[in-house]
Design a protein around this ligand. Structure first.
Ligand SMILES: Cc1ncc(COP(=O)(O)O)c(C=O)c1O
Length: 393
């Protein structure tokens, strides 16, 4: 059966050339051993460096402002350790709900780690009752309300549940007006929506590479730190030898001199094998202007929504904002009571050839990745949903 893979918002599929790239690195390791650090076709010593220009383009930054390292939540902890600066009454962190649980855990534990009280210092702004997204006006209002008690705003760029894209520049501006810093989780945004972190004056951001970037399960993540940093961080860097300046790293001295820019936030050497899939996957984004990807994604979304509207399937409603500037590739559907839900729905869709996922409470998520999805995938989803919902399967 032909499958329509609509789960790129969760885990991107295997890029064809990835297998050969991994074989190549394994071969270099087998032949050269330690020599691969200098002599493998892509020397491991600077293995992630060549990927930075593409990532920088995807997030709208300079190459020196981005780096590949760790995983998303680890990077969030690393950056909060540096940029969360509770002082006097300025100690609160504001986040938007529904927030991915790991982000909330990281932020709460950082507050506690600094001797604060998450129940007092964490402000969570959620959607209005009966709604799914935090309206930007309400978000900005909450930022201004917190005013000079605010140390930091942490925003999910594209919301993992609703697929809503927040206006990052507007939120960063409001945050800066209050004298605080603004960071963003780009897990569902990078490779999905056009980003311009420099223009938007986002202070720092993190992402994972296994969703729209197709870097593979648990792939190495990345981070962005705006340069120059708008505030001198009073906390010292968390030091490790891979963040030390490259030219003197192997003099093995005891003192830490950070590498310029985002690379200075690294602590450990690059995990070569888990970075390899990105060497296969990221060049795909260099082949097409991003605007062309956005155009294709919008036509897939328009097609899907207009077909579903014609079919008037009972109990199914799209919660993703329909304004093209307020979403990416993901569509989230609320499934009403007495309809097929959860795992049974996902299994029934798989039997129709559609791979999608489910998030509590009662949300079906699909994504149309313009690099590999087409109209036949949209049609298969529409027909699958129609069959399942009408038969009450
Ligand atoms: C929005 C968001 N934030 C954070 C995470 C956690 O990522 P990691 O397990 O790579 O730390 C995920 C994972 O899917 C996510 O979707």
């Amino acid at each position: 059966m032909t499958l329509s893979y609509l789960c790129g918002h969760s885990l991107g599929p295997l890029v064809r050339s990835t297998r050969a790239r991994i074989e190549e690195e394994l071969g270099a390791w087998g032949r050269m051993g330690i020599g691969g650090y200098g002599k493998s076709p892509l020397p491991w010593m600077r293995y992630a460096h060549d990927l930075r220009p593409t990532l920088a383009r995807l997030v709208g930054a300079r190459a020196d402002e981005v780096a590949i390292m760790n995983s998303l939540t680890v990077n969030l902890h690393m950056l909060l350790a540096r940029f969360y600066q509770p002082q006097g009454r300025r100690r609160k962190i504001l986040i938007d709900a529904p927030v991915f649980p790991s982000d909330r855990m990281a932020v709460s534990s950082q507050i506690a780690w600094r001797g604060g009280d998450p129940s007092a210092d964490l402000i969570v702004i959620g959607p209005r009752p009966g709604e799914w997204i935090v309206e930007p006006d309400a978000f900005v209002e909450a930022i201004h309300r917190a005013g000079d008690t605010l140390a930091l705003v942490w925003v999910g760029g594209v919301n993992y549940l609703s697929g809503h894209l927040q206006p990052l520049g507007r939120l960063a501006r409001a945050t800066h007006e209050c004298g605080a810093l603004c960071g963003a989780d780009l897990a569902h945004a990078i490779g999905n929506v056009a980003l311009d972190l420099d223009r938007d004056e986002i202070d720092f951001a993190v992402w994972c590479s296994y969703k729209y970037l197709n870097g593979g399960p648990g792939a190495v993540g990345g981070l962005f730190v705006r340069s120059p940093s708008p505030k001198e961080a009073p906390h010292p860097a968390l030091e490790g030898w891979w963040g030390h300046e490259e030219t003197t790293r192997f003099l093995m001295g005891p003192d830490f001199r950070p590498e310029e820019g985002a690379l200075g936030f690294a602590v450990s050497n690059v995990p070569v094998l888990s970075t390899t899939p990105l060497h296969a996957a990221l060049p795909l984004f260099d082949r097409y202007p991003f605007a062309q990807l956005v155009e294709k994604r919008e036509s897939l979304i328009d097609y899907t929504l207009s077909r579903l509207m014609d079919l008037e399937l009972p109990g199914l409603s799209c919660i993703t904002p329909l304004d093209p500037g307020a979403h990416g590739a993901q569509l989230s559907f609320m499934i009403g009571p007495n309809r097929p839900r959860g795992e049974p729905l996902i299994r029934a869709l798989a039997a129709c050839g559609v791979i999608a996922d489910w998030r509590e409470p009662h949300i079906l998520r699909v994504a149309f990745h313009p690099l590999y999805n087409g109209f036949q995938d949209a049609e298969r989803l529409v027909q699958g949903l129609a069959r399942i919902i009408r038969s009450g399967q």
